[in-house]
Design a protein around this ligand. Structure first.
Ligand code: FEO
Length: 395
């Protein structure tokens, strides 16, 4: 591997996980990377580590630049194991290294690993002098764990915000000007939707806080995926847009079907919505996955969820979706529910109850069909879709 520099003396030493497809439930169809950074000054600093099964590769990457035993500090911006589980292996070699973390990070390290690490805690505004360079720390609690912290390399303007501004994208390229920009933004959006969606207000406040610090930001180097160097503000602006509760005039229909009835209903509803010239997307859950569904919902104003009734309950894939989406707490959307049944109804009502309990804004109207929808039922579905479109238009 040739040396990959973000700035003089600042190198990427992470690893690419080409084959991961399930990242604790997130479908990583394009793999990911675990980014770690090495700063070589009078002091030598490793910023974050990688997943434990890549510890040897991380050590090899470091060895091409410095002897790993010479590392003075290991910054742990976030203790989730994709970034910290190689820490015991690295610390065993870098025996004198001081580990630097937030107070919550120190506690989380102790609760994850049995090793007796030498941990120095830092808080927002604290600095670490490395010789000619300075690290400044910015706590970022709940972005996305209580321990989360950003590290800023002052002289080079490099922000290392760990999970924030990342993407699950494996690539032989490291920088935003080296990859397809549409692919990059698509993966950044998917990452935001599935990991950071519940944290919109916190993200907005953190970006305001960074602005008030008047940091000269030249590079944003996240812990997953591609590094933003050509226009780092592009991803910051995208985060402000995604967190800003200003959805597009777009509807997403998420559904599943047993014998095709709910599928016919979904198509008729979509026809009614598009009749009013509103963009609509259909996602059948067993032909797609939750990760894709949530990404489509991020910028939609209306979400319609359809389910057959199985054992008096919503269909299992729809139940999994409802569980996932209520946890992600999307804001500023209108929700409607519909479904089919045979002898005992219930799926639409169950979904409405769950959504209301989660604080979603749920429309009162619904459409339910017994067994197979006939021409009149499909007309009702189309009209239901048209009414949804008119509500979208009116907002
Ligand atoms: Fe990439 Fe929160 O771990």
């Amino acid at each position: 591997m040739s040396r990959i520099n973000l700035a003089p003396g600042v190198s990427w030493v992470g690893v690419v996980d080409w084959n991961i497809r399930d990242f604790h439930g997130y479908t990583t169809s394009r793999g990911t990377s675990y980014n770690a950074y090495l700063i070589k000054d009078e002091k030598i600093v490793l910023v974050d580590t990688v997943k434990h099964n890549f510890a040897e590769e991380l050590l090899n990457n470091i060895s091409r630049i410095v002897e790993p035993s010479k590392i003075d500090y290991i910054i742990v911006n976030h203790v989730e194991m994709d970034h910290s589980s190689a820490l015991p292996a690295i610390a065993k070699i870098a025996k004198d290294a001081v580990i630097v973390a937030s107070q919550r990070g120190k506690e989380a390290i102790a609760e994850h690993y049995e090793d007796n690490f030498n941990v120095k805690t830092v808080k927002t505004g604290d600095s670490l002098e490395l010789g000619t360079k300075t690290l400044r720390f910015i706590e970022a609690p709940m972005l996305h764990w209580p321990d989360s912290m950003f590290t800023f390399l002052v002289e080079d303007g490099v922000l290392m915000p760990n999970d924030a501004f990342g993407q699950h994208l494996a690539s032989s390229k490291r920088f935003d000007d080296e990859v397809d920009e549409h692919l990059l933004m698509e993966e950044a959006k998917k990452y935001y939707a599935n990991i950071l969606m519940p944290l919109g207000p916190l993200i907005t406040r953190k970006i305001q806080e960074l602005n008030q610090m008047s940091l000269v930001l030249r590079v944003i180097a996240p812990s997953h995926g591609i590094i933003w160097r050509s226009d780092p503000m592009r991803i910051v602006k995208a985060y402000l847009e995604w967190s800003g509760d200003k959805p597009k005039k777009k509807a997403v229909i998420v559904y599943d079907t047993m014998w095709g009835s709910t599928d016919k209903m979904a198509r008729a509803i979509a026809e009614g919505i598009s009749h009013e010239d509103i963009e609509v997307r259909l996602i059948k859950l067993r032909s797609s996955d939750l990760t894709e569904a949530v990404t489509e919902i991020l910028d939609a104003q209306a979400v319609l969820v359809g389910s057959p009734t199985l054992n008096n309950q919503m269909f299992p894939t729809v139940a999994a979706f409802m569980n996932y989406i209520t946890g992600l707490k999307p804001r500023g959307k209108l929700w409607w529910f519909f479904g089919s049944f045979g002898w005992g109804g219930g799926s639409a009502r169950s979904m409405m109850e769950q959504a209301r309990k989660a604080g979603f804004q749920v429309g009162d109207s619904t459409v339910e069909v017994r067994y197979v929808p006939d021409v009149n039922d499909l007309k009702k579905c189309s009209e239901f879709g048209r009414q949804v479109a008119l509500e979208i238009k009116a907002r």
